[in-house]
Ligand binder design. Structure first.
Ligand SMILES: Cc1cc2nc3c(=O)[nH]c(=O)nc-3n(C[C@H](O)[C@H](O)[C@H](O)COP(=O)(O)OP(=O)(O)OC[C@H]3O[C@@H](n4cnc5c(N)ncnc54)[C@H](O)[C@@H]3O)c2cc1C
Length: 449
C-alpha cells in the first residue's frame, strides 16, 4: 500500500469524547460513494463502521469518467500518487453525425488545471474502488464488514450516532425511510459494451468521447483508460443484438478486441425528495441512493463523491460538538439543487443525441465552420474572481499545505486571523481578495479585504 495517512489516528481522535455510541458513523455500502466517505471519515478521525453486502468491488466497469473536483477529493484522501497511474486525461466530448462528422464539441476540456487537476479523466472503476478500499487499512478506527447485508438501517443507530446510506440505486434504505423519488423524465434501455483492445493492430479509433447521433442507432463511444474502450448502444424494447455486428463498423473484431461484457442497463433520471430522514434526522442518503442519472455527462459517481466530501466534515463537526446537528440540513440544501441540475443536464445531453439524429439535414458541412459549435461551456471564469460558494483554486499543489479543517488562505503574511483559525499564505493575487476562508471541503465560505 503506497498511500500514507497525513495524520495519525491519535492526532485526529478526541480522547475526551464520552459518546455512548460505539461508532460516530455507520455507512451502508462500499461503492465509490461509501468508500470515499469512509476514507474521509478516517481522515477526520471518526469512529466508522462500513457494511457492504458483497465481498469484492463490483468487477465490471460502470463509471469511466471523473472530473477535477473528484480527483481533488481523492487527493485529499491521500491518493495522489496512485491517481497519476490510474487516470488518463480525457480529450473531451463531441457530438457527431452517423458519418462521424463533428456536430459540436465541448471545447476546452484539456484546459488549465484550475483545481490542481485536469477537467476530465477516464479510468477503470474497479481499479479506483480497490484503491479506495485499500486506503481504509490506514485507519484503525474504521471497521469494514464485508458480506454484511443491512436489512434494517435504523437498527444501526443503536450503535452509531449517524447512518449514511450509500447503498446505490437498488439499495433499500431510501424506500424504508419513506423518501420518494422525483422523476426528471428519462427511462431508456441501453446496451453497455466494454472491450479491451488486444495488441493486434486496431483501426484508428477516436481519441475523444463521442456521442453518435445516428438515426439507425444512437451510440456513445468512450476511449477509456489503457486498453479499455466503452460503447453504449440504445436499445428498442427488449431487442437482442449481436455485439460483434454493432462493433464491426468501428473495426473491432474478436481478433483485435476482447469482449469484457455486454450488459443492458436501464438509465433513469431520479432524485430523492428527502436526503435526511430517520429518527432525529440521523440517517442520510448519498450517491446513487440519493440520485440516479443517465451517463451522458459521466457524472453519477462524481455526484456521489461530491456528496461524500460535503457530508464528511459536517458529520465530523456535529459529532465533536463544534456545530449543532442543524448543520446537517445544509447537506441537502447544498447538494440537492446541484444534483438536480446535473441530472437535468444529463437528460438534456441524452435527448440531444436523439434530437440531432432526427434532424440529420442540419448536419453541417465538415469543410465549413459549424454554426452550432459551442465555443465555450457556460460557466464561470474564475480567474480574477473568487466567489463565495465556489471551490478554492489549487495552484502549486496548495492543498498539500492546507489542514483538513477550516483555514484562511491569505495573500500576505500580515493578514491576521480574525477568528483564531489557521492562516496559510499563498499567492492569492489571482484570487482578487486579500484572504478567503476555506471550508474543510475546499469551498470558499467567506472573503476578507
Ligand atoms: C453504464 C454506466 C456508465 C456510467 N458512467 C459513469 C461515468 O462515466 N462517470 C460517473 O461519474 N458515473 C458513471 N456512472 C454512474 C456510477 O457508476 C454510479 O453513479 C456509481 O457507481 C454510484 O456509486 P455509489 O457508491 O453511490 O453506488 P453503488 O456503486 O451502486 O454502490 C452501492 C454499494 O452498496 C452495496 N449495498 C447495497 N445494498 C446494501 C445493503 N442492504 N447492505 C450492505 N451493502 C449494500 C452494494 O453492494 C454496493 O457495493 C455510470 C453508470 C453506468 C451504469
Amino acid at each position: 500500500m503506497s498511500v500514507e495517512a497525513k495524520h495519525s489516528d491519535s492526532e485526529r481522535s478526541d480522547p475526551e469524547r464520552q459518546d455512548s455510541e460505539r461508532y460516530d458513523v455507520a455507512i451502508i455500502g462500499l461503492g465509490p460513494t461509501g468508500a470515499t466517505l469512509a476514507n474521509l471519515c478516517g481522515l477526520h478521525g471518526l469512529r466508522t463502521i462500513v457494511h457492504e453486502r458483497s465481498t469484492l468491488p463490483y468487477s465490471q466497469p460502470r463509471a469511466c469518467h471523473i472530473d477535477a473536483e473528484v480527483a481533488r477529493v481523492w487527493q485529499q484522501c491521500g491518493f495522489e500518487a496512485e491517481l497519476h497511474q490510474l487516470l488518463t486525461v480525457s480529450d473531451g466530448m463531441e457530438y457527431v453525425d452517423r458519418h462521424g462528422r463533428r456536430l459540436f464539441n465541448f471545447e476546452g476540456f484539456v484546459r488549465e488545471p484550475l483545481l490542481g487537476w485536469y477537467e476530465d479523466y477516464v479510468f477503470l472503476q474497479p481499479e479506483i474502488e480497490s484503491m479506495l478500499r485499500r486506503g481504509l487499512d490506514r485507519y484503525s478506527q474504521v471497521d469494514v464488514r464485508l458480506a454484511s447485508n443491512v436489512t434494517d438501517p435504523t437498527a444501526l443507530l443503536d450503535d452509531a450516532a449517524f447512518v449514511v446510506a450509500c447503498d446505490g440505486g437498488g439499495g433499500g434504505t431510501r424506500e424504508q425511510l419513506g423518501s420518494g423519488l422525483v422523476d426528471l423524465g428519462y427511462d431508456e434501455q441501453w446496451l453497455v459494451v466494454d472491450v479491451l483492445l488486444r495488441a493486434e493492430p486496431v483501426p484508428p479509433l477516436p481519441t475523444i468521447i463521442q456521442q453518435v447521433c445516428d438515426p439507425t442507432r444512437l451510440a456513445t463511444f468512450v476511449p477509456g483508460h489503457g486498453a479499455h474502450r466503452r460503447w453504449e448502444f440504445r436499445l428498442q424494447g427488449d431487442e437482442q443484438l449481436d455485439v460483434w455486428e454493432l462493433l464491426a463498423p468501428w473495426g473491432i473484431t474478436p481478433g483485435n478486441g476482447e469482449l469484457v461484457r455486454a450488459v443492458p442497463y436501464r438509465f433513469h433520471a431520479l432524485v430523492a425528495d428527502r436526503w435526511r430522514a430517520g429518527p432525529d434526522g440521523r440517517v442520510l442518503l448519498a450517491g446513487d441512493a440519493a440520485h440516479m442519472m443517465p451517463p451522458f455527462m459521466g457524472q453519477g459517481l462524481c455526484s456521489g463523491v461530491r456528496d461524500a466530501a460535503n457530508l464528511a466534515w459536517k458529520l465530523s463537526e456535529v459529532v465533536r460538538g463544534s456545530s449543532a446537528a442543524e448543520l446537517l440540513d445544509s447537506y441537502e440544501s447544498e447538494r440537492r439543487p446541484h444534483a438536480e441540475t446535473v441530472v437535468a443536464m444529463s437528460v438534456v445531453a441524452g435527448r440531444t443525441l436523439a434530437r440531432l439524429a432526427a434532424d440529420e439535414t442540419d448536419a453541417p458541412d465538415p469543410m465549413q465552420p459549424d454554426p452550432r459549435r459551442w465555443s465555450r461551456l457556460p460557466g464561470l471564469d474564475l480567474r480574477g474572481r473568487f466567489p463565495i460558494g465556489h471551490q478554492l483554486p489549487q495552484p502549486d499543489r496548495l492543498d498539500e499545505r492546507l489542514p483538513d479543517d477550516w483555514v484562511w488562505v491569505a495573500s500576505d503574511s500580515s493578514f491576521s486571523s480574525p477568528d483564531g483559525r489557521t492562516v496559510v499564505v499563498a499567492p492569492t493575487a489571482t484570487y482578487g481578495e486579500r484572504a478567503v476562508l476555506v471550508r474543510p471541503d475546499r469551498y470558499i465560505a467567506a472573503t476578507a479585504n
